[in-house]
Design a protein around this ligand. Sequence first.
Ligand SMILES: [Zn+2]
Length: 216
Amino acid sequence: MEKQTIQPFLTVANYHLLEQQMNKIILTLATTKDKDVILAVHGIVDSEITAKLALSTEEAELIEQLFDVTNRAQGDAYSEQLKLYVIPFKAVTASTIKSLFKKEKKLKLPKLEEMDFHEICYLAWDDPGTHRKYVVLEQDEKLKSIKGTFSNDTIRGICAICNRHSDVGLFTTSVKGQIVGTFTNYSNYICADSQTCNRHVTDIEKTQAFFERITQ
Ligand SMILES: [Zn+2]
């Protein structure tokens, strides 16, 4: 019965949006038995999903199962099932990364084998020795690389990438100016933990717009 006929159709950000909405339902069920409240939350979740995802009938049937989830264990099982329909982050290898950061003399590579490419919409890793943070993301089907420094002093604040309240630190990028020898620096607070940040991204366009802004 569990034959997969639907092709992957969810972006990683879509997947995280669905997880976030499902968590909303689980949390509601854990805190109230009031049917009206539960129905209202279902309504909100439904409109959030409809606003962001254009679904075929078959895809919609799959997504609607989200409303049958009543507890964490079922939620985890549903998440696992949904993952089969996620379009993963573009496959990158160590040599892809080396060619993206050609000018970096002592580039520290990310632990790619530890990354779940179905869970990330941008790839980021740190070099604690040099305080560098490296980012790779897909834009117009091409991979874009960004390099910056990341301060170790983290505070509680809003992340410029995922827009969530979290432990953030200052990420500074430097872009060549119009006049030779000049630079423009951009400093923004972003999540210290990029894996957590990825899980909070539910709108990839906002994330892309942020990276666009700091590289121009
Ligand atoms: Zn974040």
